[in-house]
Design a protein around this ligand. Sequence first.
Ligand code: ZN
Length: 157
Amino acid sequence: MAKLQIVKEGDPLLRKSSRPVTEITPRILTLLDDMTETMRAANGCGLAAVQVGVLRRVVVIETEESGLIELINPEIIAESGVQEEAEGCLSVPGKWGITRRPAKVKVRAMDRHGRIVEYKGSDLLARAFCHELDHLDGELFIDQKHLVRYLDPDEVG
Ligand code: ZN
């Protein structure tokens, strides 16, 4: 595995749409492994491939509750409720904000074996799903459609 460089806000790459994965090649599996290593090294709870410079619809998420989740071509297939909680992004260092997100989401994707998998997430995991899937369409949490307000550094727990 290799730790990769994280693309930062201001790089136009982050605003591009990622392409679906059509075949799970060894390169995709290596990408998943490298993304997990990069996410863990940066103490993040999610990472999209575009954040390491690869415009593919690949996401990793890891929370205490969920463990490691690998998503290929993920889609939100159901959502309910609303939550407004704090969010940050490894590509937007030093900024935190309250975002408006669904309280619960259901995600369908492919796993590394090409099997269709579904995950339900609420609270932090729902935010992580929404945040990472937004990256695949060139969106960031600081965008007007998601951000309620910025947090001051002393508000960040
Ligand atoms: Zn992010």
